[in-house]
Write a protein that binds this ligand. Structure first.
Ligand code: ATP
Length: 415
């Protein structure tokens, strides 16, 4: 590989984003600083993969620099004073500017102690060699790669390698990140890294609920979360989230089916519920508690999945009426129905759930409560009862037209 990646940067990033990157580099040089693209964007440029976040490190004051270019940047600037970072949003890209730092850990799982540093310190604190490269963006060295830790060799060898032997001990969320990158990129854990991961797996106990949650949710927003969860199960990482969580054949079938449906707004909630589907009430509570997810939408959906799962035996009848399916399923949200459908439940059950999702949940009566009242039925619970019976008749095909519905309504309500 050649050592100047200007052409690759320009090919990967839209023109206005490259312009902004060049402006940052020019302004940094004027202030006497060095500036670099780092982390995922460098990895993805080298792999020729898309990347939506651009991290820029400055060996000087990042906020001061961002403010200096804000007027000419053609992008909105957001400053996070507490973190010492600044962000531009441009063309769907987030461009983050931070100051290079060095980090040390007082104890495993603690957040790092941070000091300003140079680019070498900054790369050394990173998780894996493939994320520890930098591309200079100052004008004189624009596009020059800094690869101090064998990142290019590891991209070529397709391996995930930690930077040093204490890496997982310092920060066990890297265990979860390792699995994520390995599966996303179809790489392998480098041998020593795999050994360290197994040795240090209990360090996951030192990670706070919020940090674990963050990493689990990152798993679920990947393109193939099933592959990540399978691998996490095989490595014993899932069991660290909850001892009863494990990858098995049923989960494999459900995730494989889920991969075929287009991702909707609830995709990561569905994936979470697929992961937790086989847990009992108590274990599910403990998992949600461990991940700080009690009361969240993940909690709600997983509980709805469980509630419906408990009712599945009642759906397991070949001659069940549509109205019976409807009344057993209607109080849970469609994603919970989908999760139960994705699992290898009995055929009759899956057919009913699919029928509900495709057809029954969309069926409405054409007669409304207002109609009934206008025709002389007294307002009150009687209205709801008649409407329910009308809907059941519609679902079961006993009435098909508005006229038939009206006739039935008048008979039921004696009006
Ligand atoms: P992705 O494509 O998943 O967004 P990314 O590499 O941009 O990949 P981020 O989570 O945005 O990932 O992190 C940015 C960079 O910060 C990483 O490339 C890595 O170098 C570093 N980093 C993130 N988390 C850690 C960690 N726990 N320990 C060490 N370095 C980390």
């Amino acid at each position: 590989m050649h050592n100047n990646l200007t052409a690759e940067i320009e090919a990967r990033l839209p023109g206005p984003v490259t312009q902004l990157v060049r402006t940052v580099g020019r302004t940094a040089a004027r202030h006497g600083f060095n500036s670099y693209l780092v982390g995922g964007i460098v990895r993805d440029i080298l792999l020729n993969r898309p990347s939506a976040d651009i991290d820029i490190m400055i060996d000087g004051d990042a906020i001061k620099l961002a403010r200096a270019i804000a007027d000419n940047a053609g992008a909105r600037l957001f400053v996070h004073k507490a973190f010492g970072t600044a962000r531009f949003d441009l063309e769907g890209y987030r461009i983050d500017l931070s100051t290079c730092r060095s980090e040390s850990y007082d104890r495993p799982g603690a957040l790092p102690r941070v000091k300003p540093g140079n680019i070498c310190d900054d790369l050394l604190r990173r998780d894996f060699s493939i994320n520890a490269m930098a591309l200079c963006i100052n004008p004189t060295d624009f596009g020059v790669l800094t690869d101090l830790y064998g990142g290019v060799a590891d991209l070529e060898g397709r391996v995930i390698r930690v930077m040093h032997d204490r890496s997982f001990e310092d920060d066990a969320t890297r265990i979860m990140r390792a699995v994520r990158y390995e599966q996303r990129l179809s790489f392998k854990l480098e041998r020593r890294t795999a050994r360290l991961l197994k040795l240090d797996i209990d360090m996951l106990d030192s990670i706070s609920g919020d940090r674990l949650k963050h990493e689990v949710l990152l798993w679920l927003t990947e393109q193939r979360p099933g592959g990540i969860i399978r691998r996490a199960g095989k490595l014993g990482v899932l069991q660290k989230l909850h001892p009863s969580l494990q990858w098995n054949r049923q989960m494999q079938i459900a995730f494989r089916r889920a991969a075929k449906i287009p991702d909707g707004a609830s995709a990561n909630h569905i994936y979470f519920s697929l992961m937790a589907y086989q847990m009992g009430e108590g274990a599910l509570y403990e998992l949600l508690q461990r991940l700080n997810l009690l009361g969240s939408k993940y909690d709600l959906l997983s509980h709805q999945c469980l509630a419906l799962k408990n009712r599945l035996p009642q759906l397991d009848r070949p001659l069940i009426k549509n109205s019976e399916i409807f009344s057993l399923v209607q109080d849970v949200e469609p994603p919970a129905v989908q999760v139960n459908w994705l699992y290898p439940n009995p055929l009759a059950v899956r057919r009913s759930l699919r029928l509900y999702l495709r057809k029954l949940m969309h069926i409405k009566t054409s007669v409304t409560g207002n109609d009934l009242v206008q025709w002389g039925l007294k307002q009150g619970p009687g209205v709801g009862m008649v409407l329910n019976k009308l809907l059941a008749a519609r679902l079961d095909g006993e009435v098909k037209t508005r006229a038939e519905e009206e006739k039935l309504a008048r008979r039921l309500a004696a009006i």
